[in-house]
Ligand binder design. Structure first.
Ligand SMILES: *Cc1c(COP(=O)(O)O)cnc(C)c1O
Length: 451
């Protein structure tokens, strides 16, 4: 296919997600043709280091022989049959595996195909759980505690429990009401120190729970790092305290590990950092190694039991997507986890994480670098006009930097004025250094060009 016509047809036919198409149609889009390891290649043969893991999903690198083989092997048997009322081999084996590797209490797997869907399922499951166990007593348990700047996906339920003001404004008539508490992240807060901030926010949460626990079905949060709204890193111990408060006031704890699950923060799951046992856990993104869409909502025996009865219409969980538990998707997810263990990827991440942190901390001297924060292989560099006022760097300059990174062979994304470093999880130490070196050069050159 002719390159020129590909570009024209892209503008003519494709509506890109989260993209202002008015601007996109005037841009020079990068059209990816293939991938290998930590690199992406466009139709002109130019290669880019994948510094955003193709939107936080890629684990073992692109075009991985073992993952490819797992798909081909399953393809020779069958691609899809339904999980509604029948079952299949890969979905059973994957469920067992997920139950074994996630926190102890989680032992049932409900499949879906996007992170957003896994959150919708979590919300409906939590809501119905209370109704199933005592419709009268828990009739008002209909709301969720959520975090400011939370992100749980783009479907209506997921937006409702999210904390992005602009989304809430646009869809205000469609979304349901929740109770939002502050983001426990020091840099953007008005608190003087972390202890004071954590104390105040936990106090606020407890006050809400005391007053309103009869109205609250669950507390949903992204454990440890709130990703998509700007990489807000929670202080150590915050998650554990939230867990304890949920237990004390009879509210379900829902951990959305769609972004942070599968090694991203340096432990297999973010909950593992603090031995937290959620009642419901959402998984997505990296679950298939970045190959195919799959998500899962895991829950406990106790919650599962509340949905059991001898009558089809009673207590049943009426939810399911057409491709739930698809064989090919589950096969590649199984191989992803097998490779994760075989390659000791967690130890690798712990090593490369130190490199990434050290390299990024080396940028702190720069007058436009306000903050460097993150865990594992999930870091953000917040760019500011002025370190004192923390006023965000002009978004036009930030976007220019992103373009310059691409020109220099690095694919990376910004969340407003925060540049995010979320590389392929198997990226080598040298590639990590190269990634930061490209960014360092672009940071200095772009800002020099502006002044
Ligand atoms: C990406 C993300 C989602 C939504 O996942 P999709 O597959 O894009 O629907 C939900 N929660 C978190 C924390 C995410 O990062």
């Amino acid at each position: 296919m002719n390159k020129r016509s590909l570009k024209t047809k892209d503008f003519d036919y494709v509506w890109h997600p989260f993209t202002q198409m008015g601007l996109y149609s005037k841009s020079e889009p990068i059209i990816i043709e293939k991938g290998k390891g930590s690199y992406l290649y466009d139709i002109n043969g130019k290669r880019y280091l994948d510094g955003y893991a193709s939107l936080w999903v890629n684990v073992h690198g692109h075009n991985n022989k073992k993952l490819n083989k797992a798909i081909k092997k399953q393809l020779e048997k069958i691609s899809h049959s339904t999980l509604l009322g029948s079952s299949n081999i890969p979905s059973i084996e994957l469920a067992e595996k997920l139950v074994n590797i996630t926190p102890n209490k989680l032992n049932k797997v409900f499949y879906s195909d996007t992170g957003s869907a896994s959150v919708e399922i979590a919300i409906k499951m939590a809501y119905q759980y209370w109704k199933n166990i005592d419709k009268e007593k828990y009739k008002n348990k209909n709301k969720f505690i959520t975090l400011e700047n939370g992100y749980h996906g783009d479907t209506i339920g997921a937006v409702s429990v999210g904390g992005i003001e602009s989304f809430h404004k646009i869809f205000k008539d469609l979304i349901f009401e929740n109770i939002q508490v502050q983001t426990p992240s020091l840099y953007k807060s008005s608190y003087k120190n972390e202890d004071e901030m954590v104390y105040a926010i936990l106090n606020d949460i407890e006050r809400i729970l005391i007053e309103k626990n009869a109205e609250i079905a669950g507390f949903i949060l992204e454990p440890l790092i709130q990703g998509a709204t700007g990489l807000y890193v929670h202080p150590r111990g915050f998650l554990k305290s939230v867990e304890q408060l949920c237990r004390k006031y009879n509210v379900l704890l829902i951990c959305d590990e769609v972004a942070v699950g599968f090694g991203r923060t340096g432990e297999l799951f973010a909950c593992n950092h603090e031995n937290v046992e959620p009642d419901i856990m959402c998984l997505g993104k990296a679950i298939t190694g970045g190959y195919l869409p799959l998500a899962a909502t895991l829950t406990t025996q106790k919650i599962y039991n509340a949905f059991l009865s001898d009558d089809h219409g009673k207590n049943t969980f009426f939810h399911g997507h057409t491709y739930t538990g698809n064989q090919i998707v589950c096969s590649v997810a199984l191989e992803n986890i097998r490779l994760f263990e075989k390659n000791k990827l967690l130890s690798h991440i712990k090593r490369t994480s130190k490199t990434l942190e050290k390299q990024l901390n080396g940028l702190k001297y720069h007058k436009n670098v306000g903050d460097v924060r993150g865990r594992g292989l999930m870091f953000g560099v917040e760019l500011v006009e002025d370190k004192e006022t923390k006023q965000p760097l002009d978004i036009k300059i930030v976007e220019k930097m992103i373009d310059n990174c691409k020109e220099n062979g690095l694919m990376i994304r910004n969340l407003e004025n925060v540049i995010t470093f979320v590389p392929v999880l198997s990226m080598s130490n040298n590639e990590i250094k190269k990634m930061v070196n490209i960014f360092r050069k672009v940071l200095i050159d772009t800002l020099e060009g502006v002044r």
